[in-house]
Design a protein around this ligand. Structure first.
Ligand code: FAD
Length: 412
């Protein structure tokens, strides 16, 4: 069987990409070992976080990380059982955070964010997705004048890149936007144009349904390997294969396994994250809240509240440690004293993360017929629409709207 374009992975990156390819006139088949949105794309915080332009690998990170690592349930952890395996990725991460690399990584992040923001508007219009959005803004909270002052370079950076915001320097100003916060928060930055989806799982399900309604197919297959075939690429699964003229690999945190079967070695790792989703009526959350010092957020999901974040560099196979989700919920109760913490559902997800915080979007060095689109880390939902348009242009051999070198699969 020959398919023109096959997309591997039905997360937010794969489905958004499939829709864009379909819009361009391609016949597209999506393959996933599960349904649409079963992994990171299902349980994330639901934010289109366009103001978050700063890469994680920043020159200041070395000062903060050791403090975080001291607390085994803190914002960043490395389970001892995975410490050796993660070492090469950590070394690359630290190299990327050097000040001589920072300017180019920031510029790559900003370009993809700007493209993704405009591409998202095109996507919303094309699939009637407005009812799935909450345009309530976001507030980033600080607990002291000193913490607020330390955040100002980030706000200056945002201003330099045209991001609208308002800085709040009193408890009263904060309470006007979000009643019910602990008085420990003395300062905040408010970004009015921040958006969330009502539920990231519903978001992908809606896109997947639009894709199907327009003739697209999503089938269940656990892909084992990719290899060049006569006039295309052979995609092997359990008891058979599909041939494609182009393959787009959007397999999230598992993508490097597929790349390796083709001979490409890409340093993808996972930053595991945790959350608890509380039912409707839990708290009157007016907008997305970010508790940056503590590495977690509160977002409204289906009128309930999702409390989540944390980074655990624990690979794909270790069992989840749900004490992390418990810890975040305990802290959230201190920060939002009226929060009802009963009846929640816990979740762990695999962020697909590159050591320089920039995703891979580009052709495989081994075969121009395979295009990689993965490694979006904390920002996969946010950057999905822009990524889809970049892949579409690559498939059609058109000029890309932004310079592609920073996203190249062989940049390491
Ligand atoms: C706690 C948490 C909060 C987050 N909050 C946000 C947020 O607010 N905003 C934001 O922008 N991002 C957020 N993210 C990040 C975001 O969720 C991810 O970047 C994004 O979902 C990645 O999408 P993806 O399609 O690349 O991967 P996934 O959603 O993981 O999808 C990959 C798909 O590939 C399939 N697959 C893998 N291997 C194979 C194979 N061999 N054969 C067949 N199928 C395969 C999987 O089954 C899966 O369906 C968050 C992440 C976490 C963990």
């Amino acid at each position: 069987m020959t398919q023109k374009v096959v997309v591997i992975g039905a997360g937010v990156i794969g489905i958004t990409t499939a829709l864009d390819l379909q819009r361009r006139g391609h016949s597209v088949l999506v393959l996933d070992r599960g349904d649409a949105a079963t992994q990171a794309s299902a349980g994330n915080a639901g934010a289109f976080a366009f103001p978050e332009v700063e890469p994680l690998a920043t020159p200041g990170i070395l000062r903060k990380a050791p403090k975080w690592l001291l607390d085994p349930l803190g914002p960043l952890s490395i389970p001892p059982a995975y410490a050796l395996q993660i070492l090469p990725w950590m070394v690359r991460f630290l190299r990327a955070s050097r000040s001589d690399r920072y300017a180019s990584l920031l510029s790559a992040q900003v370009s993809l964010m700007k493209l993704s923001s405009t591409a998202l508007n095109r996507l919303i219009a094309s699939v009637d997705a407005e009812p799935l959005l909450q345009r309530d803004g976001q507030m980033q909270l600080y607990e002291s004048e000193a913490e607020f002052q330390a955040s100002l370079p980030t706000w200056t950076l945002r201003r330099d890149h045209g991001i609208e915001f308002e800085l709040l320097d009193s408890r009263e100003a904060i309470a006007e936007k979000q009643p019910g916060l602990s008085p420990r928060f003395t300062h905040a930055g408010y970004t009015p144009n921040w958006m969330n989806t009502v539920d990231p799982e519903k978001w992908v399900a809606h896109l997947a349904q639009s894709f199907r309604d327009r003739g697209g197919r999503i089938e269940t297959q656990d892909i084992r390997a990719l290899s060049p075939a006569n006039d295309g690429i052979k995609i092997a699964f359990g008891d058979g294969h599909v041939d494609a003229s182009k393959v787009i690999v959007c397999a999230g945190a598992w993508s490097h396994h597929l790349a390796r079967t083709l001979g490409d070695h890409i340093p993808l790792e996972t930053e595991r994250g945790y959350n608890t989703t509380l039912p409707a009526g839990t708290f009157d959350l007016r907008m997305h809240l970010t508790f940056s010092r503590h590495g977690f957020v509160a977002s409204r999901i289906n009128n309930g509240v999702r409390i989540g974040g944390a980074v655990e560099l624990g690979g794909l196979n270790l069992p989840p440690n749900y004490r992390r989700a418990d810890t975040l919920l305990t802290k959230a109760k201190q920060f939002l004293p009226g929060l009802k913490t009963e009846g929640g559902t816990q979740w762990m997800g695999f962020r697909p993360s590159m050591p320089d915080s920039i995703p891979v979007v580009g052709p495989s060095p081994k075969s121009a017929r395979v295009i990689y689109a993965f490694g979006h880390g904390h920002l996969g939902l946010t950057q999905s629409a822009g990524t889809a348009e970049l892949v579409g242009a690559l498939v059609d051999g058109q000029p890309n709207p932004i310079a592609m070198t920073p996203y190249s699969p062989n940049r390491f």
